[in-house]
Design a protein around this ligand. Structure first.
Ligand SMILES: C[S@@+](CC[C@H](N)C(=O)[O-])C[C@H]1O[C@@H](n2cnc3c(N)ncnc32)[C@H](O)[C@@H]1O
Length: 184
């Protein structure tokens, strides 16, 4: 089994991906946007739920896109476009698809504009990961303005670590999972 090639800021921890994807509710045939894809690890897990996804992986950082491309190749991810640039520019450009079904937002720069465009593209389910409380507030406010706010889940995970031949737990950084749903 291949290891994920990493970059700073990623990959998202597997427990956070699991909860985020369960909230997203992907379906066969969905067009899925992984916004701020970093290493592409969320898309890779999404493709385990259904291989029949069209993935749009977007990141503004070249090193992140290089990692995503390598990881998609190593994990045999098909039907994926890896797109370089600011998410609000890419999603809002005339060249981009008219409809997106589900979006995971792991990179929250310009979150208000990104959410607005996703709603215009008829996304039925949007999940945002945030670590900063200000980002959480901005995201909730934007979702409420757009009429899509559903819930926020705060997750703290501790992982086992060896100590003196026994086992202790070390906390991971807590993450807020903000969920938006439309009636589509
Ligand atoms: C925390 S990392 C994402 C980790 C990723 N989910 C993973 O598993 O590797 C956030 C990423 O989002 C990108 N990003 C943040 N805001 C963005 C935006 N508005 N447009 C494009 N990329 C963005 C950053 O460059 C960074 O690579």
């Amino acid at each position: 089994m291949s290891e994920i090639v990493s970059v700073s800021g990623g990959p998202t921890k597997p427990e956070i991906i699991a909860v985020s994807l369960s909230k997203l509710g992907l379906r066969d045939g969905d067009r899925f946007a992984d916004i701020g894809c970093g290493t592409g690890s969320v898309s890779i897990e999404a493709a385990r739920i259904t291989r029949n996804l069209t993935i749009y992986a977007i990141d503004a950082r070249k090193e992140a896109l290089r990692a995503t491309e390598t990881n998609f190749k190593n994990f045999n991810i098909e039907n994926a476009r890896v797109l370089a640039g600011e998410a609000s520019d890419i999603l809002g450009s005339g060249d981009f698809v008219d409809f997106i079904d589900c979006a995971f937002v792991g990179g929250t720069k310009n979150i208000g504009s990104v959410l607005e465009i996703l709603v215009k593209k008829k996304a039925r389910s949007i999940v945002v990961n945030a670590v900063r409380i200000e980002t959480v507030v901005r995201t909730i406010e934007s979702m409420k303005r757009l009429g899509i706010f559903d819930e926020v889940v705060h997750i703290s995970v501790s992982r086992s670590a060896p100590i003196a031949g026994e086992t202790m737990f070390k906390p991971e950084n807590p993450v807020y999972i903000v969920v938006g749903k439309t009636q589509n």
